[in-house]
Design a protein around this ligand. Structure first.
Ligand code: FMN
Length: 352
């Protein structure tokens, strides 16, 4: 254990994991942490000298820079378009609806739309943005910026879609009962033993389409999945996360979930890559399992050399962060899964 851990961790962490921390050192550590945790200012002083958060702040800044630069060039990006079109959708579905809304960001939205429309005229996201903007200009009243934006707006010529806010069909018969969902949730366990073979792209894509329906903050969708099935790449990748020891050799399909911090101009949103992608991952896992494909999420601890390795191997941008790895494949039912008792309901939730 010690020798394996030693390769990837600083000596101090090895001593903590192997339980060999001299008492005197432990007392000193507690004292230091106690002092620097007294105020927020002292904590930030501590982290000037402790580099643990540096990689994260660097990625947040690189993302911010990328996002801001796209404004400067009046090029903008899909994150901004999705966010702003979604804000307009929310204005459109308000009940009662206001006569004018979105005036503070309608100009940047239209500029962004015009730019992306020329780049990706066939994208469904463009038809959606087109339809929402068309509806927006149809129902809002005159206002300086709104009118200027309307003059700039270059709608799609052919419109066969109508992707504006709609009323859902309340009579739809949802065939997934709560009992079905309970069976699926109970059956899904982290599987570490797989049969040989690649999962067909069709199944993966179906699961991805389910994952894509997950909610994301302001519909930004700040993540993507790298699916690794090429044998050479796979063998290099499966051992990068630390939690695959003992079973990495039988992983035949791998997904790396990547969060993109260039989706945000503000630091306050830095956690959304983790929240949004995790919501999508859970849908992905259920959708795989419903097609008899099992999975195991693999931890991605924030360790410098691991991050460097994965960045180099998969050409990640500085603003991109690995969220997690997922091993998946056809389960070997001859092998076991952990029972993994879940918390009792009373420990899980409170009602007030
Ligand atoms: C974020 C995260 C990281 C995980 N990392 C690993 C890992 O590195 N290796 C592993 O074997 N299992 C890993 N797991 C699986 C957990 O051990 C497992 O989900 C947990 O014990 C509950 O079991 P269940 O998934 O079968 O319900 C991880 C799960 C999550 C959600």
């Amino acid at each position: 254990m010690k020798s394996t851990v030693k390769k990837i961790m600083p000596a101090k962490a090895v001593r903590i994991i192997t339980g060999k921390v001299p008492q005197a050192k432990l007392s000193l550590s507690i004292k230091v942490v106690e002092v620097f945790s007294r105020t927020k200012f002292l904590s930030s002083v501590y982290y000037i000298f402790n580099p643990e958060f540096r990689r994260e702040t660097h990625s947040v800044m690189k993302g911010k820079l990328e996002h801001l630069k796209s404004f400067q060039a009046e090029t903008s990006n899909y994150y901004l378009l999705r966010r702003n079109i979604h804000r307009l959708e929310k204005g459109l579905l308000m009940s009662p609806r206001r006569d004018i809304f979105g005036a503070s960001f309608i100009l940047e939205t239209v500029k962004c739309f015009n730019y992306l429309k020329d780049l990706y005229p066939k994208d469904e996201q463009i038809t959606w943005a087109n339809d929402v903007l068309t509806e927006y200009f149809a129902v809002t009243v005159s206002q300086k910026d709104r009118d200027k934006a309307e003059r700039l707006f270059q709608p799609l010529e052919e419109r066969e879609t109508n992707k504006k806010p709609y009323q859902r069909n309340g009579d739809i018969e949802l065939r997934t009962s709560i009992e079905d969902l309970q069976v699926l949730a109970q059956h899904r366990r982290s599987v570490r033993w797989f049969r040989p073979g690649k999962v067909e792209q069709e199944k993966i894509d179906k699961a991805m389409q389910v994952a894509a329906q997950a909610p994301t903050a302001c519909n930004r969708q700040p993540y993507y999945f790298k699916i690794i099935q090429n044998e050479e790449l796979l063998r290099k990748a499966v051992d990068i996360p630390m939690g695959t020891k003992g079973f990495s050799h039988n992983i035949n399909n791998l997904a790396i979930v990547i969060g993109d911090l260039s989706a945000y101009p503000f630091e306050r949103d830095r956690h959304l890559i983790y929240i949004d992608s995790s919501l999508a991952v859970m849908s992905f896992l259920f959708a795989l399992e419903s097609q008899q494909v099992s999975s195991c999420v693999l931890n991605w601890p924030d360790i410098a050399i691991k991050e460097e390795e994965v960045k180099k191997q998969f050409n990640l941008k500085d603003s991109e962060r690995v969220i997690m790895f997922i091993a998946f494949g056809y389960p070997n039912y001859d092998e076991k899964v952990a029972f993994s008792q879940k918390k009792e309901l009373d420990r899980l939730r409170t009602f007030s």
